[in-house]
Design a binder for this molecule. Structure first.
Ligand code: PMP
Length: 370
């Protein structure tokens, strides 16, 4: 293909892993990589020390906020673009179109610049101006459109599809139902977690879903590699239907209410989730009060500055660890940093408007600085 970089590791150097006395994960970072796309993935697995102490279990977060575009979605962005190239849906100079409220768009904008494609993003006009500005700074063409339900033809996803169809040499990457998204996690995140836990020495994996790519892909890999031994659970915020779907073994309710946890929560079983949803062992619901408190707690106790979906995942991992028991090992995903949400998450006015100011324990109130 005519793309600028191939995504492989630069092969010119003796693999640092062979010379280094560093642990394998750190050694992986000694090898130079080929451009932005080469820097996607291979993120550290962070032991969350205070929660391990509190539960007597081992709780780890995969530091996806350390991807070069800042989130777990860099992996999916790279894989859906590579998939379009491999299937001949896009040629050099072409256009990638997607409907996304955030991290996927940012990942795609980076990948498109690195590979020389144009990037067009449709998003609901309820999103913050910072997100729109950032995407435009990354070279994307952005269309904020009225926020209407998925079954309305004016929904941002359908508008993205029509835009791609109206252009020559353009692809709608369709992150919700394009299983190249899930494949990113079958081929990269899942194997990394396996290797980072000393060859699959983990008992549980849990995370929330937006498109479902992360949960389904990692579940697919861990279940297959461990012959079903590793427990895989879903974590769900308020306003999402998947927790009740799993608990009722397949009843789909209407969406009710919402959550502060941007990027997660779902009203349907996406194609990315379809195959794995029946394989999941259990699910937990996490209220916003617990997610926001964990944002502050991880900052205070661990120096880890992550967004609300990541904090929800950590709360859920703690619940799973408590249920599996002392000495068990649970892994979750730290999807992105708090930087993209800090004007909200650390603002007293915003917290009060959501009824969440009292969810922050007294000793952590000092972090409400905006
Ligand atoms: N957290 C954040 C902040 C996200 O942007 C997303 C992507 N929508 C997710 C979690 C969920 O990832 P996935 O789409 O793979 O389910």
């Amino acid at each position: 293909s005519g793309s600028r970089s191939t995504g492989g590791r630069a092969a010119r150097f003796v693999p640092a892993r062979q010379q280094s006395t560093l642990p394998a994960v750190a050694a992986a970072h000694l090898n130079p990589v080929n451009g932005f796309v080469g820097a996607v993935g291979n993120t550290p697995l962070i032991r969350i020390n205070t929660l391990c102490q509190e539960t007597g279990a081992e709780i780890y977060g995969k530091a996806e906020f350390m991807n070069p575009g800042g989130s777990v979605k860099d992996r999916a962005a790279l894989f859906v673009v590579k998939d379009a190239e491999e299937r001949g849906l896009i040629r050099p100079g072409g256009t990638v179109v997607e409907g996304t409220a955030g991290n996927t768009g940012i990942g795609l904008a980076h990948v498109c610049r690195a590979k020389g494609y144009k990037c067009v993003i449709y998003m609901p006009n309820t999103q913050s101006q910072e997100k729109i500005d950032l995407l435009r700074m990354l070279g994307a063409e952005v269309y904020p459109v009225p926020a209407v339900a998925f079954d309305n033809p004016q929904n941002y996803n359908h508008q993205a599809k029509r835009h791609a169809e109206s252009l020559d040499n353009a692809v709608w990457t369709n992150q919700f139902d394009n299983t190249a998204n899930r494949r990113a996690h079958i081929e990269t995140t899942g194997p990394e977690i396996w290797d980072q836990t000393n060859g699959g020495q983990l008992d549980g994996f849990i995370c929330a879903t937006g498109t479902g790519g992360t949960l389904a892909g990692i579940t697919h890999y861990l279940k297959e590699r461990s012959q079903g031994r590793v427990q895989c659970w879903l974590a769900d915020p308020p306003g999402s239907v998947l927790h009740s779907y799993i608990q009722t073994k397949g009843k789909l309710m209407d969406r009710q209410g919402g959550s502060i946890t941007e990027g997660i929560g779902q009203g349907r079983v996406t194609d990315n989730l379809k195959q794995e949803v029946s394989v999941l062992d259990d699910s937990v619901h996490v209220p916003d009060e617990e997610s926001i408190a964990m944002v502050y707690r991880l900052l205070d106790e661990e120096g880890i500055y992550i967004g609300a979906s990541s904090a929800l995942n950590v709360v859920a991992a703690k619940k799973m660890a408590e249920r599996l028991g002392k000495g068990k090992t649970v892994v979750t995903i730290l999807c992105d940093g708090a930087y993209r949400y800090q004007a909200r998450l650390f603002s007293r006015k915003w917290l009060e408007s959501k009824g969440l100011a009292d969810a922050i324990p007294e000793r952590l109130q000092k972090y409400i600085v905006l």
